[in-house]
Ligand binder design. Structure first.
Ligand code: FAD
Length: 476
């Protein structure tokens, strides 16, 4: 059956935005008073503030506080329609985007397209590690990590086997970028501060936390001095920092890593493993790069033109974590500024102010990078200026509050951080069996479905509501 592509009524220039993360959302907001119609498609119903995921994983914030509803954020912007669906296909030739709305396809016809689908976790070809070591890219991931972390302490409390207790109280974080450093620091704070009086059979202070990285130092992009400071702070908290080491195996029992200088392999039994070592751009990047005849790099990022468009397609912009341009880093500012630039360029063109040939290039303004190491301690790098410790932490605090979306979220986060600073307790430690098992259970279900040629969950839901157009068999 052929579907007539969707175009909003009114005949205005139609912009389709894929992804409501930093790039997509900031682009959509830029169109506020513009004479265009915007459709923004995201596979989730929320805008995720990824820099605070580690606080959800370690019980400081609840998921809603860092993930406001996209619909709510854009409710007052009448020229925007929000569609919850997963984009599966883009045709640059036909100017269409096809999104799967849970078993039902919607085809969108665009005049301009902004692709801001971000990046996922990369296991560098060892995707089987994912079963045992979740990454941290989504709310689901953060809640799974929370369940694994709290579950490790709970199991350690009830086991009689000292070896198993040691395994349960060993946490391994792979990747010592900002996410790995933040997680390792928070795990140490949980073990030494938050949980220390809450168990009777175990001493949570005996917890081992290993932070493993293939590079020579933690926080590589921050330079040697800040890296050393961060490593020293982590070690003071009890984290074992293990540089120059490549993880060669992750399984149910633990982690094996190889010292890259000596080739010596070490296996550490550990129940809870977390992967924060690599990123891979959304596969939509390669999908459009192939059509436009441009390259993607090893992380799947698209080589874009100076105006963030792809190849000859001057109406197709790619922004944020998906781009490979001038060695720009995968950070929120690159995405936000890229999204705003793409929107401004489209508006200028619609208002006949510039032609594609006369467009100014995307000019990224680097506001610096920061990473939190522990309570009252962060490192900040702004051009040549380097700040660490309490002042760095204050800067981190202000900037993160500034960029959080929604007054309520800012207020709640500020309140939670205030409480967390003066009290050792954390109030968001709820962990459920679904959090722990759902990702792997769904993966196994999908494998089974592919083998059997059936679809069981989403299609069944749609059929129940009378929308199903999928002809595949439905299992009970
Ligand atoms: C744990 C963590 C901590 C971080 N900390 C920092 C930090 O402290 N400072 C900093 O500057 N940066 C940080 N970053 C990086 C920063 O979050 C990213 O650079 C930024 O989110 C990139 O924005 P984006 O718009 O490209 O992608 P995202 O923000 O990831 O948004 C992509 C959106 O696209 C949607 N999507 C993906 N595929 C599809 C599809 N096929 N169909 C429909 N929708 C789709 C997703 O649901 C998502 O909403 C961190 C990242 C992580 C994971």
């Amino acid at each position: 059956m052929t579907t007539t592509p969707y175009r909003p009524s009114g005949g205005r220039h139609h912009v389709v935005i894929i992804g409501a993360g930093f790039g997509g959302l900031f682009a959509a907001k830029k169109f506020k008073d513009a004479d265009v119609s915007v459709t923004i498609v995201d596979r989730t119903n929320h805008h995720l503030f990824q820099p605070l995921l580690y606080q959800v994983a370690t019980g400081i914030l609840s998921s809603g506080e860092i993930a406001p509803s996209i619909r709510q954020i854009l409710a007052d912007q009448e020229n925007v329609r929000v569609v919850k669906g997963e984009v599966r296909n883009i045709s640059l030739e036909d100017h269409t985007v096809t999104a799967d709305l849970g078993g039902k396809d919607e085809v969108l016809d665009y005049d301009s397209l902004i692709v801001a689908a971000g990046a996922g976790q990369s296991y560098f070809g060892n995707e089987h590690f994912a079963e045992f070591a979740p990454g941290m890219k989504s709310i689901d991931d953060a809640l799974e990590i929370r369940a694994r972390v709290t579950g490790a302490f709970e199991r350690a409390e009830i086991t009689d086997d000292p070896k198993e207790r040691e395994r349960l109280l060993t946490f391994v974080v792979v990747g010592a970028g900002p996410t790995g450093v933040e997680l390792a620091g928070q795990l140490a704070e949980m073990a030494h501060r938050t949980l220390k009086d809450e168990f009777r059979e175990i001493n949570t202070k005996n917890t081992r936390i290993l932070l493993i990285d293939g590079g020579p130092q933690v926080l590589m992009p921050f330079g040697k001095r800040l890296g050393r400071k961060a490593a020293r702070s982590l070690e003071a908290l009890g984290v074992e920092v293990i540089p120059n080491s490549l993880v060669t195996n992750v399984n149910k029992e633990g982690v094996t890593f190889k010292d890259m200088k000596t080739d010596a392999e070490t296996t550490v039994p550990a129940y809870c493993k977390i992967w924060s070592a690599g990123v891979a751009a959304s596969p939509l990047g390669k999908h459009i790069a192939d059509q436009a005849g441009v390259e993607v790099d090893r992380a799947g990022r698209v080589s874009v033109n100076k105006d963030l468009t792809v190849g000859e397609y001057r109406n197709v912009f790619v922004v944020g974590d998906m781009i490979n341009l001038d060695r720009l880093p995968g950070v929120a500012q690159v995405a936000m500024q890229g999204g705003q630039y793409a929107a401004r360029t489209i508006i200028d063109q619609v208002e006949n102010r510039t032609s594609p040939a006369a467009r100014p290039p995307f000019d990224y303004f680097d506001k610096g990078s920061m990473a939190i190491v522990s309570r009252f301690n962060a490192v900040v790098k702004m051009n040549k200026a380097e700040v660490s410790g309490f002042v760095g932490w204050l800067m981190w605090l202000v900037l993160h509050l500034l960029y959080m979306v929604g007054f309520r979220n800012r207020a709640v986060a500020a309140f939670s951080w205030g409480l967390n600073s003066v009290s050792r307790r954390r109030w968001q430690l709820v962990a459920t069996r679904q959090q722990l098992h759902a990702r792997n259970a769904l993966r196994k279900l999908r494998e089974l479905e592919d083998k059997e040629g059936i679809r069981s969950i989403e299609v069944r839901d749609n059929l129940r509501f009378g929308e199903g157009r999928d002809t595949r068999a439905v299992s009970d």
